[in-house]
Design a protein around this ligand. Structure first.
Ligand code: MD3
Ligand code: FE
Length: 208
């Protein structure tokens, strides 16, 4: 299914696969529900002492964490002291197919970071630099309310382009785009039949 999709480059190395997940939304809800029960969404502390507005959780061998000690990947959920839930086969297959379609065959995610947004919540411009090998892409899946995603350049002060990410969209960031600054504008209020007052973003990573 992924292989038949339109494949739109939005920047060098960034490929949008619009709406691909829409028919899978029911199946995705069924795998996400037990996952987020085992490893609940939580507001992490930032190294500076703040609290992240976005609520996060993880699945896979590694999970992304932020606390007073900094940012890192870890194999256990500090809330439970247990390994993160395994990456569900459906999510693994989606990430591999999207990466292959965008020109990254052999991508095997070992981490999925789940981000939950509510109206008013955004994510400031940042780079993703905690993964061991930035030659692997990051695959992003958007579900629920639409978001205005910002993609900048290699410097924080470079101009940004804005892209609306809709329910069901997949976006693959590889090549030059992999190191670009990016962020999400505060979510506008709304209601989505799948997600209610929320946006859920999954990012699939090869972290270790
Ligand atoms: C571009 N998440 O989790 S997904 C993140 O919508 C993150 O929750 C946003 O930024 C979200 O780190 C954006 C799209 C995305 C993810 C990773 C990237 C874009 C990226 C890494 C490099 C360049
Ligand atoms: Fe990011």
């Amino acid at each position: 299914m992924v292989d038949q999709a339109a494949c739109t480059p939005v920047a060098p190395g960034a490929v949008l696969l619009p709406g691909l997940l829409t028919p899978l939304a029911g199946a995705l809800a069924a795998v996400l529900r037990p996952l987020l029960w085992q490893a609940p969404l939580r507001h992490l502390r930032t190294p500076g002492g703040g609290r992240m507005a976005v609520a996060t959780s993880n699945a896979g061998a590694l999970g992304w964490l932020s606390d007073a000690r900094g940012y890192r990947y870890a194999s256990q959920d500090p809330l439970s002291g247990r390994p993160w839930p395994p990456l569900p086969a459906l999510l693994d297959a989606i990430a591999r197919a999207a990466a292959a379609r965008a020109g990254f065959p052999g991508f095997a995610p070992d981490a999925v970071l789940v981000n939950l947004y509510r109206p008013g919540v955004g994510l400031g411009l940042h780079q993703d630099r905690d993964e061991r090998d930035a030659a692997w892409p990051i695959v992003s899946a958007s579900l629920g309310l639409p978001a205005r995603f910002r993609l900048g350049g290699l410097r924080r002060d470079a101009p940004t382009q804005e892209l609306v990410l809709q329910h069901g969209d997949l976006l693959v960031f590889g090549g030059p785009a992999r190191r670009c600054f990016h962020g999400v504008r505060p979510l506008a209020a709304g209601h989505h039949p799948w997600a209610g007052e929320h946006r859920l973003n999954l990012t699939f990573r090869r972290a270790g």
